[in-house]
Write a protein that binds this ligand. Structure first.
Ligand SMILES: [Zn+2]
Length: 308
């Protein structure tokens, strides 16, 4: 404990130092005048020659040849992304063709303007498409902090028209969301199995109060969306009553043995099914899986009652 406190104190001191650095950093930075790009409405620096988001030119002094090179490089990747989602790219190929034609004649400003049109169409199409895709995950923000962080990070990339970083983050978000839905599904299945096993335990007069308390704990965890933890708790639900289960199992097996002996003697086929179930029950018992042991006890009892 004392060590932990020291660590905590050190951590606090270190984080204060960081704050001091940040404050100083802000003071050194000169406040920059911002201005809204009339084409894409991003905030850009007042003395920018062109918009770093949509490549609209603000000043004729801009280096058109450099802009053409930059846009072509970016456009290649973006068209790849657009093709993957079958985004319609009307006019884009024509614009690129025109741009090439002008560039070949060394008319860079005209070439640039066609290319900028193509770029704007593709990037705007991607941003609009992914904005809707991202919004589908809005309901999952509350599920856990990781999802919330990925969601807001992806949103920032999209605002900045940084499609590549957005797609990476968005894929991560989708993966995480899928895992969580998988956990939820598994939790619900596990809960159902445990509740069914409680009913079987009741039939065999095994006290289940402790198990019910554990189920409540798991439900509370699931309530706060800790599905993984809830599954773990449910997996151990029957451990506190394992001695009682063993006792019930022992006397039940005595009954089963008599029944099987009688059936085998009279040549009835049901005995085989019962013996197979007993063998499976033994495996679960060796594994310490008391939930499955109870399931098998219920199954065997059913098999025997069918026989009568
Ligand atoms: Zn712009």
């Amino acid at each position: 404990m004392p060590e932990e406190n020291i660590d905590e104190i050190i951590q606090e001191i270190l984080s204060e130092e960081k704050k001091v650095d940040e404050d100083q950093g802000e003071e050194i930075l000169e406040p920059e005048e911002l201005y809204e790009c009339p084409v894409c409405h991003h905030q850009v620096s007042e003395d920018a020659l062109f918009c770093p988001y949509c490549y609209a030119v603000f000043d004729e002094k801009a280096d058109y040849k450099m802009l053409i090179d930059t846009i072509i490089k970016k456009l290649k990747k973006l068209i790849g992304f657009a093709t993957e989602i079958s985004l319609p790219l009307s006019g884009v190929n024509e614009n690129i063709r025109e741009a090439k034609m002008y560039a070949a004649k060394d008319d860079y400003p005209s070439g640039y303007s066609h290319l900028q049109n193509a770029y704007f169409t593709v990037v705007k199409g991607l941003v609009d498409y992914y904005q809707k895709e991202l919004e589908k995950y809005e309901l999952m923000i509350g599920v856990n902090p990781e999802i919330r962080d990925l969601y807001s990070k992806a949103g920032v990339y999209l605002d900045e028209w940084d499609i590549e970083s957005f797609i990476n983050t968005f894929n991560e978000l989708k993966e995480r969301a899928a895992e969580i839905s998988k956990d939820l599904k598994q939790y619900l299945e596990e809960l159902e199995a445990v509740e069914r096993a409680v009913e079987i335990a009741n039939k065999f007069n095994i006290p289940t109060e402790k198990v019910l308390n554990i189920i409540d704990t798991a439900k509370d965890m699931a309530e706060s969306r800790k599905y993984e933890g809830a599954i773990k708790v449910l997996n151990e639900a029957f451990m506190p009553v394992k001695d009682e289960i063993e006792k019930a199992m022992t006397s039940f097996l005595q009954v089963v043995k008599e029944e099987v002996t009688r059936e085998t003697f009279s040549g009835k086929s049901n005995a085989k099914t019962i013996i197979r179930a007993v063998r499976e029950m033994k495996v679960y018992h060796d594994e310490g899986n008391y939930l499955k042991v109870l399931e098998k006890m219920g199954e065997i009892e059913e098999l025997m009652s069918q026989q009568e």
